[in-house]
Design a protein around this ligand. Structure first.
Ligand code: ADP
Length: 492
């Protein structure tokens, strides 16, 4: 497969337009943004930099398509066929999509292949299968009345997605929204638009009617804000930083009270007890639970809590695994961790490492920029021993930095695990079944892994509690986000 990847890695990418109402067009004012590849720091291509007028055109196209009913009112069996075709086309072009995405955002190709076209196709297929199995309800009313609960599409859904896994996270929102019969406006991140633009072309090829999926690229502060403030978007689904999440709630309050679903950051605790069944496996999985995609994963296990009796040995072991991770060319199948998505992000990550040192954290491995001669943005997998009051124990880095913290017993572990404002992912490693269940109940998070880290599929929801957000991607629960309930109360 490496030879195929190498043939695709230098393919020319022409400047990309916006996809609105089934047509490719430039931004109204012709503005373009440079796309820089994190692999070598070179310009890859350009994308259209949409403004408020372009967002408005996309919303109008989406609304017109919804009202016309070419998608929203077709029989579920017809919608299902199109969603299956989209999944097939994603699989047909999987390698091309993955390579394109990696050139844009720097994820290691082995991970990107699974997580990007792989998950996206799975998501379209899951929701295609589900869409004619979600029923309305009949309420248990008195004999003289019939109470029907209809599920209706909300209308126009906007999805604003980040750069770490654009296709996967995009599909988690687009697939259930389309399955429910809505029209969609997708706003990719500035640093990861290319694979989603290609996805739009595949959706058209699969027969999705024009205007049902629209893609507007550009700067978050411009086109993202215009989406947030638009008066004719019914639901806004977002994955990204907490700061932008807060703004979206404000935009909603200032405009039409659109429903806002947020999947935000985390500082997820990965708790290792001395009675874990396989400490070797725990160390290995914990290391990759943070360092895959250079730690640019919302559910990354960025706080490793280790029981004091095994602390030194375990921390040493994890640091040794981290030091051996092969960082480098994201398009090589042998690479275990690719590039940091942008120079700005790399600087942020290095800033966190510098701050940790100045606060007195103990550096076990890493901490620096590497492979600078490539022109790309790479950082060593980095491991620090921290104390709970240090910045690294509290703030999300979104980079390849692991913080390790000792704990004394179960109660102490739970107290530290829950001592952030976040609640996205977590894990507990123990061979004690009762302790595992107590921890599952006690940890405040959307997911608790037991004796593993990461890994899930379309059948289970993913979402956060507390300041990690609300609402869930994946599973049947995701479809509910894009539906309204309507009651018919009929006097018989
Ligand atoms: P990250 O820190 O992971 O880059 P962001 O939250 O900044 O995450 O970006 C996630 C998405 O939010 C991107 O598509 C970005 O363009 C968009 N975005 C950034 N700022 C705004 C904003 N003010 N309003 C709406 N969307 C925004």
């Amino acid at each position: 497969m490496q030879d195929k990847i190498d043939r695709l890695r230098t393919a020319t990418i022409t400047p990309q337009g916006l996809f609105i109402g089934g047509n490719w067009r430039s931004a109204r004012d012709g503005a373009l943004l440079d796309v820089v590849s994190p692999i070598d720091g070179r310009k890859l291509t350009m994308i259209a930099d949409a403004g408020a007028a372009d967002v408005d055109a996309a919303v109008q196209a989406a609304r017109a398509a919804f009202e016309k009913g070419a998608w929203s009112k077709t029989a579920p069996a017809e919608r299902k066929k199109v969603l299956f075709r989209i999944a097939d086309l994603i699989e047909r072009d999987a390698l091309e999509l993955a390579v394109l995405g990696v050139r844009d955002n720097g994820t290691e190709i082995s991970m990107a292949l699974k997580a990007e076209p792989g998950s996206a196709a799975g998501s379209f297929r899951y929701h295609a299968e589900a869409l004619d199995k979600v029923y309305g309800e009949i309420a248990p009313t008195s004999e003289s009345v019939l109470g029907l609960i209809h599920r209706e599409p909300v209308g126009v859904v906007a999805a604003i997605v980040p750069w770490n896994f654009p296709m996967m996270i995009g599909a988690w929102k687009i697939a259930p929204a389309l399955a429910a019969g809505n029209s969609v406006i997708l706003k990719p991140a500035e640093g990861a638009s290319l694979s989603l633009l290609k996805l739009a072309a595949l959706c058209a090829e699969a027969g999705l009617p024009e205007g049902v999926l629209n893609v507007v690229t550009g700067r978050g502060a411009v086109s993202g804000e215009a989406i947030g403030l638009h008066g004719d978007i019914d639901v806004l689904a977002f994955t990204g930083s907490g700061g932008v999440g807060r703004r979206l709630l404000e935009y909603s309050a200032r405009s039409n009270l659109k429903r806002v679903y947020l999947e935000l950051g985390g500082k997820s605790p990965n708790v290792v007890f001395a009675d874990a069944p396989d400490l070797e496996q725990a160390a290995k999985v914990s290391a990759f639970g943070i360092f895959r995609n250079s730690g640019q994963v919302c559910v990354a296990g960025s706080r490793l809590l280790v029981e004091r009796s095994i602390y030194e040995e375990f921390a040493d072991h994890v640091a040794a695994i981290a030091a051996k991770i092969k960082v480098g060319d994201p398009l090589s199948l042998a690479t275990q961790s690719g590039a940091i998505s942008s120079e700005i992000q790399l600087e942020k990550d290095l800033g966190f490492a510098g701050q940790a040192l100045s606060e007195g954290a103990k550096l076990r491995t890493g901490g620096g920029r590497i492979l600078e001669e490539t022109g790309g943005f790479y950082m060593q997998p980095t491991v620090f021993d921290v104390t709970p009051e240090m910045t690294l124990a509290k703030e999300e880095v979104f980079g390849p930095i692991l913080s390790i913290i000792p704990f004394d017993d179960e109660a102490d572990a739970l107290r530290i695990a829950n001592a952030t404002p976040y609640g996205l992912a977590s894990a507990v490693w123990t061979g004690n079944l009762s302790r595992a269940h107590r921890m599952v109940r006690g940890i405040k998070a959307g997911v608790v892994h037991v004796n593993t880290y990461g890994g899930s599929d379309n059948t289970v929801p993913l979402g956060g509690v507390r300041q990690s957000g609300n609402g869930h991607d994946k599973s049947l629960h995701a479809i509910n986000k894009y539906q309204d309930l309507k009651t018919a109360w009929i006097q018989l």
